[in-house]
Design a protein around this ligand. Structure first.
Ligand code: OXD
Ligand code: MN
Length: 603
């Protein structure tokens, strides 16, 4: 690269300037652009992407469709590494390669990988700029698609550099699509990426460094999200005594105007976005959105856990999102939205399975091919996404950007479990709740490329793919958090399951009807709920939850019953298959909770 193609750095931060120079020397881009986060920058990049045939303008205002390579449609968990100095610190649930070995493999790949491309430097803040809880990252990428998505998902730009100053710390996030261009070659409208065995999503927690290569999609490439805000942040949080969690945050207001803030950890594609934006079916109750995917929680001066949403946008799963399932999401994506791998109608609108409308033909599928009704392949990829600014959500809470965060009253854990796990259970105390979080499991969905859909996998705290260190130490961290403040100040912990099935059909209607469960949770936080103690925890009495019209009293009783046989099987699986994975790292408190559960079930 000639020195005249190096645009002057708009910062005096030496570490940043040095890193950008070092990366450009290795990757050899044609030019470097420092991103300022402005609307004109967004418009210019989108215009270029349209010109290159990568983005298709839609009839929705300022909205575009991208189609990725069929091999690059989701997170790649088996190519994701926690490269701590010691293998033990990555733990049994993460892929590990010794850091110098991994870096040397990746350096070879990075060598000249940006030839023929532009290198963008994106300064971004996770969390409101300047908030005590926020963190600054800088992503270097050779993908304009990534820049435009980062504009929506994070706070990008000059203000971040101002906050960083000359000596401020940032988390370096290096990304390349891994497809250098030869002299005169262009992408020709084809999504650039590297083959699966050359993809690496690597984290170096001691150095607080992220290196991603070969994929341009979602969490593999928008490095503020899963890589920084969960994997690196969780490891920082353990060191510093706070929490970085895969949780939505919602504000629930009762008819008298009293409010509670609830966080909820569900595995990918279990409806976090839907719950965060829920429209209650019970009169007088209101849900507002603070975040739909990630919560960073720190103790405030009052000893309560306060949470911020570190993101600025939603990267939501499109299929299944409809006016019925999530009208607020549908309103959020009316304009200024990037769609990836959805289907395209002839009048340049989008469509996907479960959108609640009939497709308009001719319809073009996510491969760009004509799609006919009755095809055995979906028109939209099951992990097709929308990227939309959070500020466009009609249900966004006024305090969603409060730098001090919101005080969390309750935390829910849950997953897709067709049997055994009841609709709702409250933990008796913090450690019992940590036990519930540690045994979360869910039927697998399409959010990750390399897993078999349909089977149940344990996903403790919904953090299995996102915990940046040893999961046994992570359990201990949760136990320790419970000792940092008095029990009355800690959030109350609950286990929920909207996904019980009978004869292959969901028993509970979910969506807006989940407000009935939230109401009970609210009442429990106030100490006013109707509840009883059971072998598995505190549960609603039979008359505590109002019936939705689709559910009979008998059915509700069934999904609120303690299924002793099912729980004994669950217990056996935890004892024999799940907990042994963590060896000596499994906190004694969790072994104790398991013994207690067994005793309760057998007595
Ligand atoms: C996501 C995920 O994209 O969890 O949020 O996979
Ligand atoms: Mn997620």
């Amino acid at each position: 690269m000639n020195s005249n193609t190096l645009s002057p750095a708009p910062t005096k931060n030496k570490k940043l300037i040095f890193w950008v120079e070092e990366v450009s020397a290795m990757t050899q881009p044609d030019q470097i652009i420092w991103c300022d986060g402005s609307q004109s920058e967004y418009n210019r990049l989108i215009h270029e992407l349209v010109e290159q045939g990568m983005a298709i303008p839609l009839k929705r205002e300022n909205s575009y469709l991208f189609r990725t390579d069929p091999s690059d449609v989701a997170r790649v968990e088996n190519r994701t590494y926690i490269s701590s100095l010691k293998k033990e610190d990555a733990g049994p649930t993460n892929n590990w390669v010794e850091p110098e070995e991994l870096k040397s493999t990746m350096r070879e790949l990075y060598n000249g990988c940006m030839k023929g491309r532009t290198m963008y430097v994106i300064p971004f803040s996770m969390g409101p700029i300047g908030s005590d809880i926020a963190k600054i990252g800088v992503e270097i990428t050779d993908s304009a698609y990534v820049v435009t998505n980062m504009h929506i998902m994070t706070r990008v730009g000059s203000k971040v550099l101002e906050t960083l100053g000359e000596t401020g710390e940032f988390i370096p996030c290096l990304h390349s699509v891994g497809k250098p261009l030869k002299e005169g070659e262009s992408d020709d409208g084809k999504w650039p990426c590297a083959p699966l065995d050359k993809k690496y999503i690597s984290h170096f927690p001691e150095e607080r460094l992220i290196w991603s290569y070969g994929s341009g999609y979602g969490g593999n490439a928008l490095l503020g999200k899963k890589c920084l805000a969960l994997r690196i942040a969780s490891s920082l949080a353990k060191e510093e005594g706070w929490m970085a969690e895969h949780m939505l945050i919602l504000k629930l207001t009762n008819p008298s105007g009293l409010r509670k803030y609830i966080a909820a950890a569900f595995p990918s594609a279990c409806g976090k976005t839907n719950l965060a934006m829920l429209v209650p079916t019970i009169p007088g109750w209101k849900v507002e959105t603070v975040g739909d995917d990630i919560a960073w929680m720190k103790f405030g001066a009052d000893g309560r856990l306060r949470a911020i949403n570190p993101e600025a946008g939603f990267f939501g799963v499109a299929p299944g999102t409809s006016e019925d399932s999530n009208p607020n999401a549908m309103a959020s994506i009316k304009s200024n939205t990037i769609f990836s791998n959805v289907a395209l109608t002839a009048d340049k609108d989008i469509w996907w399975e479960g959108m609640g409308t009939e497709p308009k033909f001719p319809l073009t599928d996510w491969h760009g091919k004509d799609w006919k009704q009755g095809s055995d392949q979906p028109a939209a990829h099951p992990n097709a996404r929308f990227t939309a600014p959070a500020s466009q959500c009609p249900a966004i809470a006024s305090e969603w950007e409060d730098p001090n965060g919101v005080p969390i009253d309750a935390i829910l854990f849950g997953g897709r479990r067709p049997n055994t796990i009841p609709l709702v259970t409250q933990a008796r105390d913090w450690n019992h709740g940590v036990f519930m979080g540690s045994i979360v499991g869910s039927e697998i969905t399409a959010a990750a490329l390399d897993l078999k859909a349909g089977t149940v996998r344990r996903d403790p705290f919904a953090m299995l793919p996102f915990c940046g260190y040893n999961m046994g130490d992570y359990f201990q961290h949760w136990i320790n958090i419970g000792k940092k403040t008095s029990a009355d100040k800690l959030p109350k912990l609950f286990f929920v399951n909207w996904f019980r099935k009978k004869d292959g059909k969901f028993v509970w209607p979910g969506y807006g009807e989940n407000s009935r469960v939230l109401k009970w949770i609210f009442e429990q936080c106030e100490g006013l709920g109707k509840s009883k103690d059971t072998a598995i925890g505190i549960m609603p009495t039979e008359d505590a939850i109002d019936l939705p019209k689709e559910v009979s009293a008998e059915q509700l009783k069934d999904i609120l019953a303690v299924d002793t046989e099912g729980w004994l099987a669950e217990l056996k699986d935890i004892r024999e298959n799940h907990y042994p994975i963590f060896g000596d790292k499994l906190p004694s408190e969790l072994k104790h909770e398991l013994d207690k559960l067994e005793k309760n079930l057998k007595s």
